[in-house]
Every structure is written in C-alpha cells, then in structure tokens.
Design a protein around this ligand. Structure first.
Ligand code: GRF
Length: 190
C-alpha cells in the first residue's frame, strides 16, 4: 500500500466537506491523512470540529499574519503536505500558493455557469432559481489563480423541484457535495 498523502483542509465557516473526508480516512476509503486545517476566520465553526477530531488547526489572516503566503507554506511544509482541499474557503489564494500545491475546490453550481467573483453560497442558488434553471449541481475542480476556473474533476447534476427555494437547493447541493468530494479525491489520488 502506498504511503498516505497528507492533505490540508482550508475553510472559512463550517468546513462541511471535512466530515465526509474525515469519515473516508477513518474507513480507509481514502489513502490520506488530514494533517492540518487552516482557516482565515477566528470564529469559524470548523475550529471546534478540528478540536473535537484532534486535528491541528491554524488561524491565518491579515490581522495576525504579515505574510500570509509565507505562513501557509510554513505550516504545510511542517506537515509534509502537498495537497489542499478547500471546504468553503472564502479567501482568494495567490498564484504563489495555487502554483505550488495541488488544490481542489467544490463549487455549488454546474461550472462554468454561476462561477466567478461573488458567486458563492446562497448567491449561486438565488441566481439559479431567478433564472428558472431546470438543473443545478456541483463541480469539483482544480484551483488556479482565477475564480472557479481550474480543470474540472467531477460534476453531478440535480433537477430543481417546481417550488425550489435557495434554502432547499442549498441543502440538496451540500448533501450531493458530501457524497461526491470523496469520489473526486479518489480520482485525484489515482
Ligand atoms: C459548499 O457548499 C461549497 O460549495 C462551497 O462552500 C460551501 C461550504 O461552506 N465552496 P460551509 O462548509 O457550509 O462553510
């Protein structure tokens, strides 16, 4: 069996995708180890999850760090980590970071539709509903230094109900993401 690859999870709020990834690691469905969690938000719920799961975490933002890229690289090098999964990380990563690491993001729409600056969370779902789309879905993709632009790894679509709301769509999308992120990581690790 190949040695486990260390990954870092970056999250700004809940870090919802941490849960399915952690479960898959425990069940040996993924040959990886979550070596660290990085957040830019000192109030992020993901910090409590990190504490509960005993995963080291780091708060890195411009309030406490002069050179954010340098600090991120320092933390990742300390844990021999070459891969990052973004789990709702709201800060744009610099080209220094995107060029140095393999980075994966889950976006709550069928890219290239509803991607780009300002297109995140409920903004995406409201736009999809306002435009009376028949389908929405998720895209798991590699990250480059442009918003939602990197190579697509996996997409899954779902059909909207007649009375769909941004809230109900968000719930379905999150469920679909949690099922798909592990599959996408398995594809990337091959
Ligand atoms: C996910 O729905 C994903 O599409 C996006 O961030 C959302 C997760 O945020 N990138 P959170 O885990 O609820 O904070």
């Amino acid at each position: 069996m190949k040695t486990k690859q260390n990954i870092a999870i970056f999250a700004s709020y809940n870090g919802s995708n941490l849960d399915p990834i952690y479960k898959a690691c425990i069940n040996n469905d993924l040959n990886i180890s979550i070596s660290t969690i990085i957040t830019n938000n000192s109030d992020a719920k993901v910090i409590n999850k990190a504490k509960k799961l005993n995963i080291p975490y780091h708060i890195i933002n411009d309030k406490n760090t002069k050179d954010i890229d340098k600090k991120i690289i320092e933390v990742l090098e300390a844990t021999d980590c070459n891969m990052i999964v973004l789990a709702g990380y709201m800060k744009k990563l610099s080209a220094t970071i995107t060029q140095k690491y393999k980075i994966i993001n889950s976006h709550p729409s069928l890219l290239p539709k509803y991607g780009g600056a300002g297109m995140y969370g409920k903004f995406v779902h409201h736009a999809v509903i306002n435009n009376k789309e028949e389908y929405s879905g998720i895209t798991i993709h590699y990250v480059n230094d442009k918003y939602d632009d990197g190579e697509i790894i996996l997409q899954k679509k779902l059909k909207l109900k007649e009375n769909e709301t941004a809230q109900s769509l968000e719930e379905k999308i999150k469920e679909l993401e949690s099922k798909t992120i592990v599959k996408a990581l398995q594809v990337c690790l091959k």
